[in-house]
Design a protein around this ligand. Structure first.
Ligand code: BGC
Length: 733
């Protein structure tokens, strides 16, 4: 009953929000709407690719004619100031109403200057750096005529088999929300009208990161509670940060494809969250509802999508082909179509396109703001921050000037540094591979040893010879970058090919050996974590990644990255994440049989969420609480003293977790609720405090209302989810 009342209230609030509709609308938009024919209205809901980049099937050739006829109001995958100007001129000068086009593109971790993949970027735990990376991307892309990026990708993921885990911020809703908001702020800036901003697009709404068995596009199913608690927060954080577009995900949820899911698109997104922008499908998402078994044909699919609140059709050509008929036959109300057009045109107005449709295409800015020294410097720093030192047994930092063997095909690859979804970057803009960058620091002999994939061992001999003659060894291992991203799921998360076999042979030489990893997912590193003296997870670090890795290897930069996702011991532990529940039979007695455990591996992951080493060490004092109880309007402070106990400056990410011991529904054993980056000189100490209030303790209670419950709590503070101090307090409603 309470749940019903709650929904009723949410609905009533929403109704008020919606009725703002036309009043909140730009007068120019309302004037246009009055003049538009049905065909012209439909045109504004159509988005076609120019095919400059291909991420799916092509439905239409001849999009230029469609633009000219006012039948296609939005284009993606077309860029450069020159080309977008050419298309914009057609829309503005040759169509009856002169409505400007909207140009979209996947600017995911940079446009020309590429930053680390998003999974790596989240390992910086530095929202300001992430925001700056999006600012750089927006400057470069907007100067090339783009208005709209298909980012932030807000899909929480605990599934390393899924290739697209590389595009998100990892497994945690709190950290994921901070990243989503930072990217949105970075793209959209203070004012969308500014010529260096991009409209953000929240994707893939919703829960695309939870495909069964980790296979891309596969079925998603979960409770409404888990959806709201674990998967939705980052999408909502981006809405709250002002993102004005949302992309519907490919997957179904509770049996209904997101592309026709009224619960997601209307009830949650618009009615509850007050989203005022427009919703676009993912690539051919409407047509795919036929395969889903949800629509009889592509026309029916168009009807279902529009009636569910999907404003724009990316690539299905379903709205293009059938929407006029659907409206004429009454299957879609014209007012529903009007509302979609109104939303889209208002975003075009917000971008300033009705003031000056060409202001984004600037050959001058394109030349002067692209791949600048400062952009590259920013990318280098962020790349270094994103790397996570997983293990170090006194091997790192390496000695400059010492004879070094560099081994592995990935060491010599500039291409792989860029990762998937690399915008409009070109390999020739990458100044150095990891090998090149190492060679600028120390004399190095290179041997490929083996490729990332395949069984060819013919290079083992040369690699062993190079290693024998060296004082220290760097092996760069991992996955080809095309093994991450869309349609790149794996059923095995070990390092592919014969790379690990080569590692074993090289390790047997007993020399200082570091393995640098290039990959886009948590890997099973059980074997490598034993053989290698040091493991540096570098993800795909971007344009300046070669230098960033060398900066870390030789100690010019001190590693500070922390995992935003758990590394399992093997695939059998998946899904494994820190936000887990205790169960009725937690594993506490070493010899116990009937407790929640594996017989063949420990329950703990190989590397826990939040883990990451530095070249210095940090110690944490016990937690001091300003009080051990508080009530409704109050708060308490939890404080630790952090000390740099090593002999060099370093940065630590202090993490705050809480546990609600008894709830009307069970709560996770550790829930991230805050983090702070702290820089300390050798021997230096600093107090780090977190405020805990009722917001910190709130969750979806048994009746689905959001709020705290009275009771006992634990608070944990530390440098990783598995390495924390703890204290207790109580809260009274
Ligand atoms: C992907 C989206 C992307 C879109 C446009 C789709 O295949 O799922 O993430 O934004 O293509 O390129």
């Amino acid at each position: 009953m309470k749940q019903f009342l709650y929904l009723l209230l949410a609905g009533a609030i929403a109704l008020c929000a919606c009725s703002r509709g036309p009043e909140g609308s730009d007068p120019r938009v309302e004037k246009l709407l009055r003049k538009m024919t049905l065909e012209e209205k439909v045109g504004q809901t159509v988005l076609f690719t120019s095919d400059w980049s291909v991420t799916g099937p092509s439905m239409r050739e001849g999009y230029i004619d469609d633009i000219r006829q006012g039948r296609c109001g939005n284009i993606f995958n077309a860029y450069t100031a020159e080309y977008t100007r050419k298309l914009q001129e057609i829309a503005v000068n040759e169509t009856r109403l002169g409505i400007p086009l909207l140009f979209g593109y996947d600017v995911i971790h940079g446009f020309r200057t590429i930053f680390p993949i998003n999974l790596g970027m989240a390992c910086t735990w530095d929202p300001e750096a992430i925001e700056r990376s999006a600012r750089v991307a927006a400057h470069e892309a907007a100067a090339a005529g783009l208005h709209w990026t298909y980012s932030p990708m807000c899909d929480i993921c605990v599934e390393p088999r899924w290739g697209r885990v590389s595009e998100g911020a990892g497994e945690d809703p709190y950290l994921g929300s901070a990243v989503a908001a930072a990217l949105t702020r970075g793209y959209q800036g203070e004012d969308l009208k500014d010529e260096s901003t991009l409209l953000a697009c929240i994707k893939h709404y919703a829960a695309y990161g939870a495909p069964q068995a980790g296979r891309d596009y596969n079925t998603v199913d979960m409770s409404e509670r888990w959806l709201r608690e674990f998967y939705l927060p980052p999408y909502k954080a981006a809405v709250d940060a002002g993102a004005l577009s949302v992309m519907a995900s490919f997957n179904e949820l509770d049996g209904v494809p997101a592309t026709a899911n009224k619960h997601l698109m209307q009830e949650i997104l618009r009615d509850e969250w007050g989203f005022r922008g427009f919703v676009v499908t993912d690539y051919t998402g409407i047509n795919e509802m036929v395969c889903h078994g949800y629509a009889a044909d592509e026309k029916d699919a168009g009807r279902l999508a529009m009636n569910a609140g999907i404003d724009m059709d990316m690539q299905s050509a379903s709205y293009f082909n059938y929407m006029v008929d659907l409206v004429r036959s009454g299957a879609v109300k014209e007012s529903t179509l009007d509302e979609a057009v109104r939303r889209i045109l208002n975003v075009k107005a917000a971008l300033g396109l009705f003031d000056d449709p060409f202001k984004y295409c600037s050959p001058e800015r394109e030349a002067s703001e692209t791949l600048t020294e400062s952009n590259k410097q920013e990318a280098r720093l962020t790349a270094a921050q994103s790397c996570v030192l997983l293990k170090n047994e006194g091997v790192l930092p390496l000695r400059k000037g010492a004879r070094t063997a560099v081994i592995g095909a990935l060491a010599d690859s500039k291409d792989d540094l860029l990762g998937s979804w690399r915008g409009a970057s070109e390999v020739r803009s990458v100044p150095a591979s990891i090998l090149d960058a190492i060679r600028e620091v120390t004399p190095a002999v290179y041997a490929e040893g083996c490729k990332e994939m395949g069984e060819d061992r013919s290079g083992f001999g040369a690699a062993l010879a190079a290693a024998r003659g060296a004082e220290q060894i760097v092996m760069v291992l991992g996955e080809d970058c095309q093994w991450s991203g869309e349609a790149a799921s794996r059923s095995d998360i070990r390092i592919p090919g014969v790379q690990s076999e080569l590692l074993e042979k090289i390790a047997a030489l007993g020399k200082p050996l570091v393995v640098v990893l290039l990959n886009g997912r948590p890997l099973d590193l059980s074997a490598e974590s034993v053989t290698a003296g040091a493991l540096l997870e570098a993800w795909y670090p971007g344009t300046m990644g070669g230098y960033a890795v060398a900066d870390l290897l030789f100690g010019d930069v001190n590693p500070s990255g922390k995992l935003c996702i758990t590394f399992p011991r093997n695939l059998g532990q998946v899904p494994i994440y820190h936000y887990a529940k205790n169960t009725g039979r937690p594993y506490v007695h070493p010899e116990a049989k009937y407790e929640s455990r594996y017989l063949d591996v420990p329950n703990e992951p190989l590397y826990a969420f939040g883990h990451g080493l530095s070249y210095t060490t940090f110690s944490y004092s016990d937690i001091t609480l300003s009080d051990d109880r508080f009530s409704a309007d109050g708060s308490i402070e939890a404080t630790v003293t952090l000390t740099n106990t090593g002999d060099r400056e370093g940065e630590e990410t202090v993490q705050l977790y809480i546990r609600d011991l008894v709830g009307s529904v069970t709560r996770p054993v550790k829930q991230l609720k805050g983090f702070r980056k702290v820089n300390l000189g050798p021997g230096e100490s600093k107090e780090v405090s977190f405020s805990i209030d009722k917001e910190t303790l709130s969750f979806y209670r048994a009746d689905m209302s959001f709020g705290p419950e009275s009771g006992e709590f634990k608070v944990f503070i530390g440098g990783a989810s598995d390495n924390v101090k703890e204290a207790s307090f109580s809260y009274e409603e």
